[in-house]
Unconditional design. Structure first.
Length: 384
């Protein structure tokens, strides 16, 4: 088998971003994916402008709808807020096509794609790592685990999984043309319909992606199906053909301790870096992959320096925002009285601020500061 410096496991946004960063720096990198590409990936498929900007690629070939506005509905308040941006705030895609586009960019930069290639063993041997794979043993200087929420590599490398992985359920609902047009221009997020979470409708080219998620780990699958059925009825959405149903989990709290152990680095969902407020994972997957690739390329001969460089990048670009997003998620999903206070008086401003984060124009720490300011000037009595 060809010799490589680095093996990146997982060909999602985190893995492709890592492989691209490494290949551009002249590192011999293999990108391993357990399934043949393109492969179906359960995901809402809403790529926010922040993620598209981080990717630095033209996503228009895989964009089914470019949405310049979005709506947030507060059902227990009886109000909704619409935000608009001059560039598409959210690009609607299907993940099989998006992931293939990102992989092709990494391959064009020099990465070697190995598919289907599942990793079944990770063993450290001094300054080298041996991967046991379906295509035979692979010896490398470093491994980046970007194999998602349910990947094997972190476990094989000895990590304990203490991420908070929350449940989500998505239906791909084919609908008639009038229903599709009703939701075509404005993806919506509904708070107050799902306990401790939210529901959504994302318009695709020929169907609606409709889903629910809960920030409570113990939310049962049957409960989510019941809540999604009620949500569809609430919005008057009826399928015109067979509905495709997919359940998945989203890691919204990072693994504790270092995200580099020996010569293995974790990125994206494997590290637990999804957005705790929106559960959007592509932005931080791409950015953590870029940071990981830069750290490994710069310090590949010294694992301790890789860890130092990667953690410094995470502390600068990602972790402070995740802490602020987690605090905002607590207010939005766990404190309904405070939520009503905030959105009664400051709803449009908070919605605009969150949209600015998804647009890449603000950070969550700025939104958290606005929320704290709003609470200090809240109405004397809760909204009813």
């Amino acid at each position: 088998m060809t010799a490589y410096d680095v093996a990146v496991v997982g060909a999602g946004p985190a893995g492709s971003a890592t492989a691209l960063a490494l290949a551009r720096r002249g590192v011999k990198v293999a990108l391993l994916e357990r399934e043949a590409l393109p492969r179906y990936k359960t995901c809402g498929g809403a790529v926010v402008y922040r993620a598209a900007s981080l990717a630095g690629l033209d996503l228009s070939p895989v964009t089914e709808r470019a949405c310049h506005r979005a709506a947030l509905y507060l059902h227990d308040l009886g109000r909704h807020f619409v935000v608009r941006r001059p560039q598409p705030l959210i690009a609607m895609t299907m993940r099989d096509r998006l992931d293939l586009l990102l992989v092709e960019a990494a391959v064009q930069a020099g990465a070697r794609l190995l598919v289907p290639c599942r990793v079944r063993q990770v063993a450290a041997h001094g300054r080298r790592v041996r991967l046991g794979t379906d295509q035979g043993p692979l010896w490398v200087d470093f491994v980046v685990a970007a194999d998602g929420a349910l990947g094997d590599v972190p476990r094989l490398a000895g990590w304990h999984d203490d991420r908070l992985a929350i449940p989500a359920l998505e239906y791909e609902v084919p609908v008639d043309d009038p229903t599709l047009q009703r939701f075509a221009e404005e993806p919506r997020f509904d708070v107050g319909t799902v306990p401790h979470g939210y529901a959504w409708v994302f318009p695709k080219a020929a169907h609606l992606s409709v889903g629910v998620l809960s920030t409570r780990r113990g939310q049962g699958a049957r409960d989510l199906h019941d809540q999604l059925a009620r949500y569809l009825a609430l919005l008057g959405i009826r399928s015109s053909r067979e509905v495709k149903r997919h359940g998945y989990v989203i890691p919204v709290r990072r693994r504790s301790g270092p995200l580099v152990r020996g010569r293995v680095l974790l990125a994206g969902d494997a590290a637990g870096l999804a957005d705790p407020l929106t559960a959007e994972g592509i932005s931080y997957a791409i950015r953590s992959g870029q940071l990981g690739g830069e750290a490994v390329a710069g310090e590949i001969g010294d694992a301790a320096r890789v860890r130092t460089a990667y953690h410094a990048g995470l502390r600068r670009d990602i972790l402070p925002d995740l802490r602020s997003a987690r605090a905002l998620a607590t207010l939005l999903y766990e404190r309904p009285t405070i939520r009503r206070w905030l959105f009664t008086s400051w709803g449009q401003g908070l919605s605009e601020a969150i949209a600015d984060v998804l647009f890449g124009a603000q950070r969550y720490r700025d939104v958290w500061a606005l929320a704290l300011h709003s609470l200090r000037h809240r109405p004397l009595a809760p909204a009813r």
